[in-house]
Ligand binder design. Structure first.
Ligand SMILES: [Zn+2]
Length: 217
């Protein structure tokens, strides 16, 4: 799952307004943000295979340190601890950041083919496989994102034009990006290029979310 993860960021903002939406955007993708450098370092493995599923060109071969249930819980606890005792130092903010991090695994579970280990690569691997249906994958991510946008807009307010329409326009942009992501052809077989484009997308999207969120109160 790609842009659908941001549904968790927008929805969690409703429960703790003091959490930065930019941080929640980074939080929901944290395990992917770690995964790509791990791939380049040879710690985890992805194989680029054209049309491996109807929605992706990737076989996620080995990722126990980022995408196992156990690892996801540990990353979530680490994020909670950092926001509980180092930054912000507020329990409710730490809790939504931790939940944002863990939400990645839960949403990935729906779309991935069985490649999400429970604790180690040798353990049972899970994934309900919605990626095998590209349209269903797209619709699910769109419905999640639009539902969460509605929650976010209902629970925050804006007086400026940018504040009123900015986040809606951004979500439409994310939905357009996801058309290319799910239905687009394989861009190339370079893992460095894949990692660079994924990581820069995560950072740019988080920066935009941070900026637009500050226009609402
Ligand atoms: Zn992931």
């Amino acid at each position: 799952m790609f842009v659908g993860h941001y549904a968790a960021s927008l929805a969690l903002k409703k429960f703790e307004k003091r959490a930065s939406l930019g941080i929640l955007f980074l939080g929901v993708q944290l395990v992917d943000i770690v995964f790509f450098p791990f791939v380049l370092l040879g710690i985890e493995r992805i194989n680029i295979i054209e049309n491996y599923t109807a929605s992706t060109h990737f076989q996620l071969e080995y990722m126990p340190y980022t995408h196992s249930l156990l690892a996801s819980l540990l990353w979530a606890v680490a994020a909670y601890a950092i926001f509980r005792w180092v930054f912000v130092k507020r329990q409710s903010v730490a809790l939504v950041v931790g939940l944002a991090v863990f939400s990645h695994w839960v949403l990935d579970l729906v779309v991935h083919t069985p490649d999400l280990p429970l604790w180690s690569d040798a353990s049972v691997k899970l994934g309900f496989g919605l990626w095998n249906n590209a349209i269903a994958t797209y619709v699910l991510e769109a419905v999640l994102l639009l539902g969460a946008l509605w929650l976010y807009l209902k629970s925050t307010s804006a007086s400026t034009t940018g504040g009123k329409y900015g986040m809606g326009v951004f979500v439409v942009f994310l939905l357009l990006v996801n058309i290319v992501n799910i239905f687009g052809p394989l861009g190339g077989d370079s893992k460095v290029a894949l990692a660079a484009s994924a990581l820069s997308a995560y950072l740019v999207f988080a920066a935009i979310a941070f900026w637009l969120d500050r226009k609402r109160s």
